[in-house]
Design a protein around this ligand. Sequence first.
Ligand code: B12
Ligand code: SF4
Ligand code: SF4
Length: 370
Amino acid sequence: MFSDLPTRIKQCARDAGFDLCGIAPVRDFAELNVFPAWIADSKHGEMKYMEARDETGELKRASLDRVAPWARSVIICAINYNTAHPYSTQPQKNEDASRGWISRYAWSHEDYHEAVLRRLKQLEDKLRGLIEATGYWVPGTRYLRSYVDTGPLIERVYAKYAGIGWIGKNTCIINQQLGSWLFLGVILTSLDLAEDELTADVPAPDRCGTCTRCITACPTQAIIAPGELDARLCISYLTIEKRGEIPGQLRSGMGRHVFGCDICQDVCPWNRKAPVTSVVEFEPREGLVNPALDWLAEMQPEEFRAVFRGSPIRRAKLSGLRRNAVIAMGNSGDKKFLPTLKELCEDSDSMVAEHARWALAALGQNSAFP
Ligand code: B12
Ligand code: SF4
Ligand code: SF4
């Protein structure tokens, strides 16, 4: 009944603006078994939502059977967000020590959650139409559910088995043609669409080979084994998800990163010739590529709301972003920040003040200045 549906779905995904689309069956893939041990070892840090359990106490994310027992297939869509700007590891970026780094994914005019979800909904509508045409659709029944990031599933594992790419040693999904600057979007469906999808090319073969660039380049040694990340050490986690104080021993490794980190993707040979996206919503907002550190460290609530309205950067909250910028100032080696940091030692946000004292010390000056 559905023999040509997978092909038509992939065409609809292209029409909706996705660069890639594949379909994975719902199975207990071997990679999913890694997850419970990862949680048991607390490698997720303070990301409590990763620990969500069902009524029997099992981790929801470890198996789709627990959260969507009706789901038979997972449609995975991917969209390229690479814009024509330098990588954080390129010299153009490193020349000015008074500037920091925001991750490529967070520069965008529109939050990727919304940009991707809008396209997924468009695809979902088309798909509903296609299913209705088969006579299989029963109004009121839930056959489809879309997620971007927030679904209780480990998207990259399904992306692998949908043929989107392989899971690199940096844990990212890498596509041979497009590289890894990809956002993933997911549609769960009760339709058995993936029967014949696991062919010779799916899952995509692992093309990391003997390369270990990402592991070597990670400044905080967060990639503890090929494909395995200790999120507690990852700059992306520290700058986006971690609330409160950043552990002292990790601060210097954060360099001038103020939101997210791209290093393990910037050094990846598969991103060397990554094509540039045509999605205008992913073009950077003014001032976010290589932002001035003192601008961020001294930002006030009103400006934060105005600059980051509809941006994923809101997730760090003003306090977190200022904390990150202060750490980056400490790591900059730029003495011009001394007066600002001295003022910030008295900041009404005690967390920012504590990190400012650390930054002063890092710049070689004690906060007890004359
Ligand atoms: C939590 C989270 C994070 C956390 C933890 C990341 C992590 N690696 O787990 C933090 C905040 C650090 C993070 C950072 C980033 N994230 Co994030 N994140 C997520 C989220 C919400 C869940 C990921 C998760 O379940 N992790 C749990 C771990 C255990 O799973 P995993 O790392 O994917 O590992 C699997 C495999 O590697 C494999 N595996 C691991 N070890 C081993 C060992 C063996 C032997 C085997 C067989 C398998 C295996 O099995 C694991 C699953 O059990 C997903 C969205 C989603 N719902 O899936 C986005 C997601 C993974 N993130 C994404 C992005 C873009 C990023 C950043 C690039 C953002 C940035 N620039 O700062 C960085 C990349 C850092 C990195 N190297 O991963 C994209 C990835 C797109 C892509 N091309 O891969 C996703 C899919 C969001 C999206 N919808 O687009 N993220
Ligand atoms: S995102 Fe940065 S800190 Fe995290 S694993 Fe990659 S290089 Fe390391
Ligand atoms: S840098 Fe090398 S090892 Fe790391 S993900 Fe890319 S190809 Fe794989």
